[in-house]
Unconditional design. Structure first.
Length: 611
């Protein structure tokens, strides 16, 4: 949550910072602010989006070749002007932007108040800049040293940038538990929460590590640990291209990302399979082959949509590799004293690679000796760095807050994990493996076909856009799809939606069904289609309205359903990759028709870096 940008160099800092904040707005959009250094330090901040900040600044001076900016997802303190970042020290000569949470801000604040500090916001962040100032005043040390000393006193997570009126040609940045990338240009440096604000200026980046501090001047960057040990930073080249983070003619990032899925699914398996030979290679998995083969169980930890991908994996891995799987909400797992042994493999799934609960679950599992396999989309993010091994999904940057292409890419990788394990353990025959991989290779083309239902889905969306509730039902591999469909609808259209295993409906949710209740049923071809047809009849008997996702050529479900959306035929285990597509489109169109901001739904942020 929260996006931070810093710049020091030869360009005007303001446009670089504003463009960067607009790119990072997916991380939070409760307020925005900038600090610019032009002899004196100028700060502008405003509740609302970056566009509100721009309106507020309109006509005011914005000169300066050093500065920083922040877009906020509120944790401590309401989303108003006074809580917007940057925050300043008591004497106003230091300012800070911060992504994360200072957990012990309460006692620190009390102590600082006793020492005469006056606070102007309700945030945890403001405490840190007062603390730095206090240390400097007490001890007379340099700003860098004061920052280091202050960071030893705080508990929590942070990615911070600090500007000082007294050191106008310097930015100080530090991170612990929140992401930070530094772009290395010629005579200029960029700092950001991810690479998107940087990519159009330089491809050379440094991913700052936890407990590192960067002292940044126009022509020099020094990285040290907070123990004051100088580091040799590793400069790596970004693979990201500018067009990947632009809308490319689509009205919204979410729609663009839905339509990118044929490509992103293909990219997820590119170079990893040769279907006709029954060949699969996931290097991270090969490295830990013996561990995986001998695992008595696999634990999966994730949140939100990534957790739904984990649930699909439970079916896949148990079906094909015959290893017991437990899928856990990372936020529950980390606090319930789970039984973890050295024999356990923990698969952590995360688009952003920064989700605080998933990271904490990994740390817990690691401390008990488990082997961690991370499946993430954002290259260089925290989860891949703390995992023993893993696989990137290669879906490309996902900017829409509602996850779409990341989910299908995760399911693709998890299908490869399941099949690779099955191959290693000999639990599927070569012939069957070739069949499954051949079908997996055909999935991108079939997603193209599924996307062709877009116009028909718009008609259905128009019919249901004013619904207050919706029920999503599925069984087997389609149960996680039902959960994911419901999550997509609720998060972007604010319609209350529940995903349920279809047969569980009669144990409670059936009471909700009447002629007002749209029931989306994923009723594709497969071993339990007859069972789900019975569930549809139960809904129809109570006047529920059925929207069915069926396999092309279906002749049974369409007789009962009020609305039918066809998807191409595929292997039952791969249906989630197709059935999810119409549900993404349905939620998108309903949200648009209700006038919702699909890319930045209220109260949400793309990467949840607080617990
Ligand atoms: O980055 P992660 O995959 O770890 O994020 C997990 C969830 O926060 C995320 O999937 C969230 O549920 C999305 N908004 C769903 O669309």
């Amino acid at each position: 949550m929260c996006g931070i940008v810093g710049y020091i160099g030869f360009r005007e800092a303001f446009p670089v910072i504003i463009k960067g904040l607009q790119r990072l707005e997916y991380r939070g959009y409760d307020s925005a602010g900038v600090a610019l250094m032009n002899g004196a330090m100028t700060i502008y901040k405003k509740a609302g989006k970056v566009s509100d900040l721009l309106n507020y600044i309109d006509g005011k001076p914005t000169n300066g070749t050093a500065g920083m900016g922040h877009t906020r997802w509120a944790t401590h303190g309401a989303p108003n002007d006074k809580n917007a970042h940057p925050h300043t020290s008591n004497n106003g000569r230091l300012s800070i932007i911060h992504n994360g949470i200072i957990e012990n801000y309460g006692p620190l604040k009390e102590e600082l108040i006793k020492r005469g500090h006056e606070f102007h916001s309700d945030t945890d962040t403001e405490v840190l800049i007062h603390l730095i100032e206090d240390i400097q005043q007490k001890t007379g040390v340099s700003l860098e040293e004061a920052v280091r000393m202050a960071l030893h006193e705080v508990i929590g997570a942070y990615a911070i940038v600090i500007l000082s009126q007294d050191n106008p040609d310097e930015l100080i940045a530090a991170r612990k538990g929140s992401p930070m990338v530094i772009g290395v240009g010629e005579g200029e440096f960029f700092i950001a929460s991810d690479a998107t604000p940087i990519v159009e200026y330089t491809k050379n980046v440094i991913f700052l590590n936890d407990n590192e501090l960067a002292i940044v001047h126009r022509d020099k960057l020094v990285v040290k640990t907070i123990e004051n040990i100088e580091q040799t930073p590793y400069i790596q080249e970004l693979e990201m291209k500018l067009e990947m983070i632009e809308k490319g003619g689509y009205e919204h990032f979410m729609l663009k990302e839905i339509y990118e899925q044929p490509r992103s699914i293909y990219d997820s398996m590119r170079g990893r399979i040769i279907a006709k030979d029954g060949f699969i290679s996931l290097s991270g998995l090969n490295e830990y082959e013996e561990k995986f083969k001998n695992a008595e169980r696999i634990l999966i930890v994730a949140c939100g949509t990534s957790w739904h991908a984990g649930l699909v994996a439970e079916y896949l891995i148990e079906d094909f590799a015959r290893i017991p799987v437990e899928v856990e909400y990372a936020s529950e797992f980390r606090y319930r004293n789970p039984i973890i042994t050295e024999k356990d493999i923990v698969i952590a799934i995360s688009q952003s690679g920064e989700t605080a609960d998933t990271l904490a679950a990994i740390e817990l599992a690691k401390s008990k000796g488990a082997t961690i396999f991370g499946i993430c989309n954002v290259v260089g993010s925290s989860i891949p760095r703390v995992s023993h091994a893993g696989a990137y999904t290669h879906a490309g940057p996902e900017i829409g807050v509602a996850s779409t292409k990341a989910f299908t890419a995760q399911v693709t990788i998890l299908s490869l994990v399941a099949l690779s394990l099955a191959q290693k353990k000999g639990t599927v025959s070569k012939t069957r493996l070739v069949e499954l991989l051949t079908e997996l290779e055909a999935i991108p083309g079939k997603v193209e076909l599924a996307l062709q239902s877009n116009e028909q889905i718009q008609v259905i969306a128009d019919r249901f856009k004013d619904s207050r509730n919706a029920l999503y039902l599925g069984r087997g591999y389609n149960f996680p799809v039902a959960l994911e469909g419901a999550l997509k609808l609720k998060e972007i259209s604010y319609i209350h939606a529940e995903g349920y295993p279809a047969a569980e409906m009669k144990h409670g949710p059936i009471a909700l069904i009447d002629e007002q209740m749209p029931v989306v049923v994923i009723a594709t071809k497969g071993a339990i289609l007859e069972k789900i047809i019975s569930n549809i009849q139960e809904v129809k008997a109570r006047q529920g309205v059925i929207i069915a996702i069926v396999t092309k050529g279906d002749t049974e479900v369409c007789k009962m359903a009020d609305y039918v959306i066809e998807i191409p035929d595929t292997e039952e285990a791969l249906v989630p990759l197709l059935a999810t597509i119409p549900l993404q489109l349905l939620s998108y169109h309903i949200a648009i028709m209700r006038g919702c901001n699909v890319d930045q739904p209220r109260n949400l942020a793309k990467s949840v870096t607080v617990e």
